[in-house]
Write a protein that binds this ligand. Structure first.
Ligand code: ZN
Length: 99
């Protein structure tokens, strides 16, 4: 039998670092990136500078099964190139957009 990872039914899974689901204010997100970025930020793939900013906090998950099942959540904001779809992820807690 293939190893499909830890048996999550046998033990409670602890989720660490997850933030509550929250719709972000588009203007607030755009303003935050405008403060941080040195204009223009150029897409490394298509060389344009038009970006779409995520309106939700997305979570990346890492599943660890040692010594017991734990899911570590990494809250991120995504920024996507409008032309080619190149994707960048930014730590939501670092950007203070999780408040
Ligand atoms: Zn692009």
């Amino acid at each position: 039998m293939a190893n499909d990872g830890p048996d999550l039914k046998s033990a409670p899974v602890v989720v660490l670092g997850r933030l509550p689901d929250k719709k972000l204010n588009e203007e607030e997100v755009r303003q935050k990136f405008a403060e941080l970025w040195q204009d223009p930020v150029i897409c490394p793939v298509c060389k344009t500078d038009e970006w779409t900013f995520g309106q939700n906090i997305t979570h990346l998950f890492h599943l660890s099964d040692l010594p017991k099942p734990v899911i570590e959540a990494y809250p991120v904001i995504h920024v996507v190139c409008k032309k080619c779809g190149y994707l960048m992820l930014f730590d939501a807690t670092f950007l203070h957009l999780d408040k």
